[in-house]
Write a protein that binds this ligand. Sequence first.
Ligand code: SD4
Length: 335
Amino acid sequence: MNDLKRRTFFKLGLVGAAMSFIKPSKAAELIEKSTENKFRIARKTIVISTWNHGLAANAEAWKEIDSNGTSLDAVEKGVMVTEADLTNRSVGVGGRPDRDGHVTLDACIMDHKSRCGAVGCLEGIAHPISVAREVMDSTKHVMLVGEGAREFALDYGHGKAKMPIKEVKKDWKKWKKENKDVFKKPEINHENHDTIGMLALDAHGNLSGACTTSGWAYKLHGRVGDSPIIGAGLFVDNEIGAACATGLGEAVIRIAGSHTVVELMRQGHHPQQACEMAVERIIRKHEDLTGLQVGFLALDKYGNHGAYSVYEGFNFALKTVRKEEMVDAGFDRKW
Ligand code: SD4
């Protein structure tokens, strides 16, 4: 061993020895403190959610936040507005079906205690987000899928809804005719505003998030996207922040997207920078980016937010005491 190597080895040895005296929780605290110092602002209540439909959803969520309610109730009630909107083709009752004509819904919810619940491939139930919450509140599980999720929802009195609705069924029949033997290539229609992901910080300083979708239109039956997967479509860690995703779910799952964004914030990055780094990672991992739109939205525990997408066109709705507006997210490239 030469001198330099010996000195480095000695130094690392000392650091290692010092770290071993620090309990893991203390070490975590140190990392979090570094985050705190950097971006600390007076904590503010805030709700953010993906796409234009986020405005109406935020308004409903804000009623909870404004009356000193919890961010958990806020995000559930907020995204229920979108689930009930029959003009929305990518969330809830008005959503488009899979290749075989079934509308299969994905949703998840997570609160400040890291409690979470999810449903995947749920059919015929009006509010998947409330079923996800029910899984969280009333069972020891995190995720129920398919027929089991539906039976559970009905057992707990969640309302049914007939899907696809008439106009959507008509579109699907037309699509089927035009795409007889072909299975469409991954295409998330960027004009047909997508999944709703919502993040909220309440007056108690607690973060929650919700995500709900009918997923990728005309997908294979049984396909589940990122939206109901904790860590992919949504992740909340009340010590640090929260994130959610929209776009091509397969790409989000590949990098455990929302968890990645939160972990980047834990490492000291601003929510905006964290979203940008996660999008860059997606870009690095895919040779073919044709049609591959993904957008991330992030909120830290002080109310700082960020958003970024692969392609231009992703926007989000922002609500604070002072503002109610749509904001265009930053992007890596134009279509
Ligand atoms: C999915 N991520 O099922 C969802 C769809 C979506 O914007 O968010 N579209 O892959």
